[in-house]
Every structure is written in C-alpha cells, then in structure tokens.
Design a protein around this ligand. Sequence first.
Ligand SMILES: [Zn+2]
Length: 318
Amino acid sequence: VRPLVGAVDIGATKTLVTVSPYPIESWPASRPMVRFATPRDPVACVERIGRALDLLAGREMGALVAVGCGTPGPLDRERGIVIHSPNQAWRDIPIGPWLSERVRVPVAIDDDARTGALGEAVLGAGAGADPVVYLTISSGIGSGLVLGGALVAGAHGLAGEVGHLVVDRRGPRCTCGNRGCIEAFASGGGLARRARRAWPRATTVDGRAAPHSAADVFRAARLGDPEARRLADEAAWALALGFASLAAVLDPEVIVVGGSVGLARRSFVRRAAALARHRVMRESAGALRVTRAALGGASVLAGAALLAGYLASEEGVA
Ligand SMILES: [Zn+2]
C-alpha cells in the first residue's frame, strides 16, 4: 500500500480534508478533497475528518502514516490543543489527540497562518527559496518564517509575528493592545477601523457614501480623496517598513504575500515593496524580492501535509 499523509484545514466556516502521497514532492493544482461546514461540536468535527480521511485513503488505495492539521489559534502545539477558537466557541479542545485516536496515526497541529506559511514557503511561491517570509494580509495579518523548510517557532512559539512589528510608536491601536503595529495600519480590519474614525458618519461632507472598508479606502484614494490617500499612503509605508525590517534582520530570499487584501491589492503591495527598497542598505535593495502567494485556497492544506510529512519522518515511518 502507498504511504499517504492526511491534510486538514479547519477553517472558521469550512473544513477541507485531503491526502497526499508521502514523501511529498509537489502540490498539484487540483486534488480530491472533502469539504464540509465546520461543526460547532468538536467531537462531531473530529468524526467528520476521520470519515473523510478513511474515504480518501481508501480511494487512493493507500495507508495514512500521519496527519497534519491547520486550525485557528491560539493553540498548544506540543499537546495538540486548541486553546480558543472564537468562531466555534472551542476552549481547550485536544483536537490532535482526539484525531490521532480516531485515525490511529500521529497528528501534528499548528495555527492556520503558520501552516499556510509553510505551504507557500515550501510548495508554493517560495519553493526553492530560503529563508522565506510569508504574510497573509486579510482582516488581520498572519505570518510565518520558514528557514531550511521548517517553521521557526522561537523560544516561546512567538517568532515571526510580522503583523505586530511596531512601525510608529504613536500609531493607531492594534488588536494586540499595542500601538502602531503594521496590522493596525495595513490590514483590512485596521484600515476599516481607521476609516470609521476618519468618517464617523455614513456620508461625507459632500454627500457621498463614506469609506468604511479597506476596499472603500483604496477606491476613494484612487479617486483623489485626500484623507483616503493619507490612509492608503500610511498603510503602504507601514508595510514597506515591515519589508525593510525583515530584509535587515533576515535577508529573506523572498517575501510571499497572500490573503484577501494581499492578493487583491497588487499595486498596494508593489508600492510598499518599492518604498522598502529606499529604506534598506543599498546591497539589500536589489535583493529584496516580494511575490504573490501561489496556492490560493490550498496553502493551509499544503502546509498541513508538510507538517504530517515531517512528523512521519521524525517517527521513522516508511
Ligand atoms: Zn499588534
């Protein structure tokens, strides 16, 4: 029987499950997948995942050697516990051990941003490059730092939180409680909060609908609204200083940008990269490469498959 790894992406609304041949050599654009609405009951969720893995492994006429799982954080990676997932109202759920008991192979879990980072770094836009930094810019900014094909955890599991690099000590409040983080300036949620503060009413002074989302701000900036321009400029600068800081600390071979805002706002990301080149040492300016994520909706699944593959090789399977 062919050795397979299972890959699971437990999202806030939907869960995706797939299997991949082990060792993992590439990530094809399409592969058989089972998807379902993420159950609020974690026991039901584990059972659905188990059934999906049984079905997919049976179809591939293979046997699972390990399973990787990207889940919303925060979590305890070592013990496989989801500490808190607000969408499902999960608290201290041992997803890893439960799933491992259900499928009878070892299970690795990590948070979805870091899992997506691993997928993009090794099998997506960062393939062949090292080190790789991945940033997913959507309502917040998630990130991961991949060195030699492995996620850098840091001494306390806190490494690579690029979204919370402070770029302005007097800047806007961030969801983390600090001020002036990149996330507060340049994420979808950060821009929406800034827009609501700049235009507290539903309409502007000249009677047009006030910008209340990141997309609105970028549109109004393009149309020449000075306040929207200021917010969009500050967002680009915050991201640029993040890129420049990463270049100075890590000299990454590539910075991969994904997420709904990161993928939709090409000119915003390009502009931040161009600004960053003026804020780094001359040698770094030419070397600074920023590129788009390549796996689309599958970056977490690809990363989960890699987590499983690493676990299988640690355990000496196949
Ligand atoms: Zn922050």
